[in-house]
Design a protein around this ligand. Structure first.
Ligand SMILES: [Zn+2]
Length: 284
């Protein structure tokens, strides 16, 4: 069933696990992720990422599909808008039924970030919609290969004021991950995360979860990360499935289930792995 980010993250914070958050497009991803989460009794955040995934009719297809199928699955499902940078996108997301919106003011100044986040909270909270913000800057890009900006770590000193001034529900922090595929392995700054955790009253979020070594992810979860954003690892798995599918077809016109079967199988493996990694199984 559909629920809000605030609700699922409150349970995660209390019980020290993290909710897996997957960017997704198409039935192949939405259905595979939901069926796997339901089987493993894990809450989940399904996200639409601003950019090519949502451009054109993506906004309506992704939200339409998830809203219709969410009720068939009796685990908590959050429909999240990922990386909105302007109020127009937030407004559209609220109108289309997202139950959580992320306002990414991480490339703005501290005061500008507070201003835009406060404005979004003012738009979303009266409608019961949760808000995630980002403080510090998680570099890299999931879908635009040309963009490789350097990360700026979150300053613990700024966290308390930011949370108090904005009334935001969840905060994405920068502690050494980056979006997309890593060129060299990350080294998470767990000491910084601990400092942030001491001053933050709200659940913390880690972006750039793909490719980060498992032990570092688990260390982060033990120290306050309540939601992990994952995209590249799913795309890598589906690419492997696609290659396997292309090799194994004996017919010129294979049934669609045979075409997508290996893609779904590879995706299931990643989703199961992430759920276990985050201690999210048997939480719903
Ligand atoms: Zn992100």
């Amino acid at each position: 069933m559909l629920t809000t980010l605030k609700e699922v993250l409150a349970d995660a914070k209390k019980n020290k696990y993290a909710v897996p958050a997957f960017d997704c497009v198409e039935d192949v991803m939405v259905r595979t992720i939901l069926e796997t989460c339901e089987r493993m009794r894990s809450p989940v955040v399904l996200m639409g990422l601003i950019g090519p995934d949502l451009d054109g009719n993506g906004w309506r297809y992704i939200t339409g599909l998830i809203k219709v199928v969410a009720d068939f699955h009796d685990v908590p499902i959050v429909l999240g808008l990922d990386h909105a940078k302007d109020l127009e996108s937030i407004k559209k997301g609220i109108e289309l039924g997202f139950t959580s919106v992320m306002i990414d003011g991480s490339s703005l100044s501290f005061d500008e970030n507070i201003d835009i986040t406060r404005t979004v909270v003012g738009m979303a909270h009266p409608k019961g919609i949760s808000v995630e913000a980002e403080l510090g800057f998680v570099g890299g890009s999931d879908l635009l290969a040309t963009q490789h900006d350097e990360s700026v770590l979150t300053e613990p000193d700024e966290v308390e004021k930011f949370v108090e001034m904005t009334d935001v529900d969840a905060l994405a922090v920068s502690i050494g991950t980056s979006h997309g595929v890593y060129r060299s392995l990350p080294d998470l700054n767990i000491e910084k995360l601990k400092e942030i955790g001491r001053v933050s009253s709200i659940p913390l979020v880690l972006h750039g979860g793909s490719g980060t070594p498992d032990d570092q992810i688990q260390d982060a979860v033990k120290n306050g990360i309540c939601k992990l954003n994952i995209y590249a690892d799913c795309r890598i798995a589906m690419t492997q499935g696609l290659a396997r599918s292309a090799e194994s077809q004996t017919r010129k016109d294979p049934p669609v289930q045979d075409l997508f079967g290996p893609v779904k199988e590879e995706l299931v493996k990643v989703v199961e792995e992430k759920i276990r990694l985050l201690y999210a199984n048997n939480r719903a």
